[in-house]
Design a protein around this ligand. Structure first.
Ligand code: ATP
Length: 308
């Protein structure tokens, strides 16, 4: 095979419970991940340039968001491909092409998604045949959100988010995502969360998964799901980007069953009763101040998958 294309979804956090800061600099989390039908595509191809002095891993990014993504060894897809090659102890080569649709620094784990897709694509291209469990291990070393991008569906992550257990869900949930101008740095939002807690004199609680959320997912009860959505990072994201409060309020006013900041933001996620309601809601919030664009998507969807 001379080129392999993998499609990989964005995620929204249905619950993000943030515990105290650990000594290793991470927080203990309970993170309910949900994969939605907003996809990046990563193609791994045999290199065009066979010059042995050329870099072993080439990277290009296409799409409206391409300018915001590093085209260097810092790209998470390149890091993932390199980690996979290192694991085999051999030097493999590939040209990687990312077609970017997931917002960049938007709290939807787009970089992690590309890393997961690169693992799957290079595993195929190089004929390594590593099982998913091995890819999951490499993924966890790259970043906390990478294993979920391999798994997809809906799952609860514990530890720093990387220990995953799939969750049972019924039905399809319909979402609207309001993308904001510019990103928010994830470490900065966690730092602000710690600072706000310290200022208020509140100790971070031990994170626990919401039973109401699990029941809503199991029963496919969209109204109960809307009520159960929660994100401990939301106050910090709103402190750093006050305009997000308007976006959330507009969604609620126009009938969203639930509204929250996705992960560390600034993307806002709205749950709708049906696909039709999601499209109506998207049209109603697209002109709100601070909202760059809106997209609709549904979930759960599978994780990184070789495109047919
Ligand atoms: P998360 O939800 O996991 O906190 P995010 O969605 O907020 O992440 P990403 O889009 O994953 O943020 O990107 C965060 C930063 O990572 C970007 O600002 C960018 O500099 C860098 N980055 C590296 N590789 C990629 C990639 N393939 N796609 C997007 N960003 C990347």
């Amino acid at each position: 095979m001379s080129a392999i294309t993998v499609r990989v979804p964005a995620k929204v956090n249905l619950q993000l419970a943030v515990g105290p800061l650990r000594e290793d600099g991470y927080h203990d989390l309970v993170n309910v991940f949900h994969a939605v039908s907003l996809f990046d595509e990563v193609t791994a191809a045999e290199p065009f340039d066979v010059n042995p002095s050329a870099a072993p891993l080439g990277i290009r990014v296409e799409g409206d968001l391409a300018g915001e993504v590093p085209v260097s060894d810092d790209n998470l897809a390149v890091r993932a491909a390199r980690a996979l090659a290192d694991r085999t102890g051999r030097s493999y080569r590939a040209d990687l092409l990312i077609r970017k649709s997931i917002p960049v620094a938007g709290g939807m784990a787009g970089g992690s998604a590309d890393a997961a897709a690169a693992l799957v694509a290079c595993n195929e291209l190089w004929g390594l045949g590593l099982p998913r469990e091995d890819l999951m291990e490499i993924a966890a070393d790259i970043g906390s959100d990478v294993p979920f991008a391999l798994l997809g569906g809906t799952a609860v992550g514990t530890g720093r988010g990387e220990r995953l257990a799939p969750l049972e869900t019924a039905g399809v949930f319909h979402w609207v995502f309001a993308l904001a101008d510019g990103g928010l740095s994830t470490p900065r939002v966690y730092g602000e969360c710690d600072r706000l807690r310290e200022e208020a004199g509140v100790a971070a609680p031990t994170p626990a998964v919401s039973e109401a959320l699990l029941a809503a997912l199991r029963e496919g009860d969209v109204r109960a799901l809307g009520q159960a959505l929660s994100n401990d990072l939301q106050p910090a994201a709103l402190a750093l980007r006050p305009s997000l409060a308007n976006t959330l309020a507009a969604g609620r006013e126009h009938g969203a069953l639930g509204a929250l900041v996705s992960g560390s933001g600034p993307t806002c996620a709205f749950l709708a009763e049906s696909a039709e309601r999601a499209h109506e809601l998207a049209a109603l919030i697209k002109d709100v101040d601070g909202c760059r664009s809106v997209v609709t998507a549904s979930g759960p969807v599978p994780g990184a998958t070789v495109a047919g």
